[in-house]
Design a protein around this ligand. Structure first.
Ligand SMILES: C[S@@+](CC[C@H](N)C(=O)[O-])C[C@H]1O[C@@H](n2cnc3c(N)ncnc32)[C@H](O)[C@@H]1O
Length: 293
C-alpha cells in the first residue's frame, strides 16, 4: 500500500477552507499558528515549506486542534499561551485571556511607579487571573514589593506558573480569597498602589459576547451582576482601607461605566484627582484615583 503523505501545504489549505467560512476572526493566521505549534516551528517555516511532510501523528494532532477552533475555542487556550505586554503568558480555561486594552493599565501603573519611586513601593493586584498585570509590572519595575489575590485556585496556579517562568517566584506573593479578605491574616496590609482588571460584564450583555468568550472564558472572570458594577462597588468600598495615604488605585472598567464609577468613587469621599484614560477606541477604560486617607 502506498504510504499516505501529509504535505504541509495541503494540510494548511484544508484547514483554511474549513476555518474561513466558520466565522472565526483570523482564520488564516489561526491555521498557521496551530500548525506552527504542532511542528514546533515558526510561522515563516509554515508559510514557506508547502512540501514539508508531516508525520501521521502530527497531521492527526493538527486536525484535532482545527476542530477545537471550529468549535470556537479561543486560539490562546488551544496553544496554551498568549502574549501580553511583550511577555509570554501560559493560559488555560481557568483564566481570562489577557486583552490588549489591559496593557494601558500596566503602562499607567509603571508610569506611576517610576514617578513615585523614592521609597520602596508596594503593589497589590486584585483578581490577578494569569498574573499578567502584576508580572508585567514586576518585570519592568523589580524594585517594588508585589502581592496578588484571586478567588480562583485554578487561576492562581497559572499565575504562579507564569511568575516562575519569568523568574519572579520570590518577588510576588500570591494569595487566594475574596477581594481583600486574604490580607486580614497579614501583618502589612496597606499598599502604595492597587491595580485591578475586575470582572465588569453585565449579565444582561452575556448574549452579545463572542462565542469564544461566552462559552469558554471563566464566568467569574467576566460577569459582575446585572449591570456589571457589582465587583467594582465592593472593591471600592474596601480599597481605601488598604491604601497608604496618597496611595493610588488604577483599574479597568467596561464600556459606558465611566459615569457610574465616577459617582461611586466620589460617594466614597476618599479620593481626589480622579482621572480616566481612553483606550484605542477612545472609550474611557482605565480609572486612576488618589486616596487621601
Ligand atoms: C477580568 S479577570 C482579570 C484577569 C487578569 N488580571 C487580566 O487582566 O487578564 C478578573 C479576575 O478576578 C477574579 N475574581 C472574580 N471575583 C473575585 C473575587 N471576589 N475576589 C478575588 N478575585 C476575584 C477572577 O477569578 C478573575 O481571575
Amino acid at each position: 500500500m502506498p504510504k499516505q503523505s501529509f504535505k504541509l501545504g495541503l494540510e494548511l489549505r484544508k484547514a483554511k477552507k474549513k476555518l474561513i467560512p466558520s466565522g472565526v476572526d483570523a482564520p488564516r493566521m489561526d491555521a498557521d499558528l496551530m500548525l506552527s505549534s504542532v511542528l514546533k516551528k515558526d510561522r515563516v517555516f509554515v508559510l514557506t515549506n508547502p512540501e514539508y511532510a508531516l508525520t501521521r501523528k502530527q497531521s492527526k494532532k493538527y486536525r484535532r486542534l482545527v476542530r477545537r477552533r471550529l468549535g470556537r475555542e479561543p486560539l490562546a487556550y488551544i496553544l496554551g499561551h498568549t502574549e501580553f505586554f511583550s511577555l509570554n503568558f501560559f493560559v488555560n480555561k481557568n483564566v481570562l485571556i489577557p486583552r490588549p486594552e489591559t496593557e494601558l493599565l500596566v503602562e499607567q501603573a509603571l508610569s506611576h511607579c517610576t514617578t513615585h519611586s523614592s521609597g520602596k513601593l508596594s503593589v497589590l493586584d486584585i483578581g490577578t487571573g494569569s498574573g499578567n498585570i502584576i508580572i508585567s509590572i514586576a518585570s519592568n519595575f523589580p524594585k517594588a514589593k508585589f502581592s496578588a489575590i484571586d478567588s480562583s485556585a485554578g487561576a492562581l496556579s497559572i499565575a504562579r506558573r507564569n511568575a516562575d517562568f519569568h523568574g519572579l517566584t520570590d518577588k510576588i506573593r500570591f494569595l487566594k480569597g475574596d477581594l481583600f479578605a486574604p490580607l486580614k491574616k497579614l501583618r502589612r496590609s496597606k499598599f502604595d498602589l492597587i491595580v485591578s482588571n475586575p470582572p465588569y460584564v453585565a449579565l444582561s450583555d452575556a448574549r452579545t459576547l463572542q462565542p469564544e468568550v461566552r462559552r469558554y472564558e471563566p464566568r467569574q472572570a467576566l460577569y459582575a451582576g446585572r449591570n456589571g458594577l457589582l465587583f467594582i462597588k465592593r472593591f471600592l468600598s474596601e480599597a481605601h482601607l488598604h491604601l497608604n495615604p496618597g496611595g493610588m488605585l488604577i483599574f479597568e472598567i467596561g464600556f459606558g461605566q465611566a459615569n457610574s464609577v465616577k459617582e461611586i468613587l466620589e460617594s466614597e469621599r476618599r479620593y481626589d484627582s480622579i482621572e480616566f484614560v481612553n483606550d484605542f477606541n477612545n472609550i474611557p477604560r482605565i480609572v486612576k484615583a488618589r486616596c487621601y486617607g
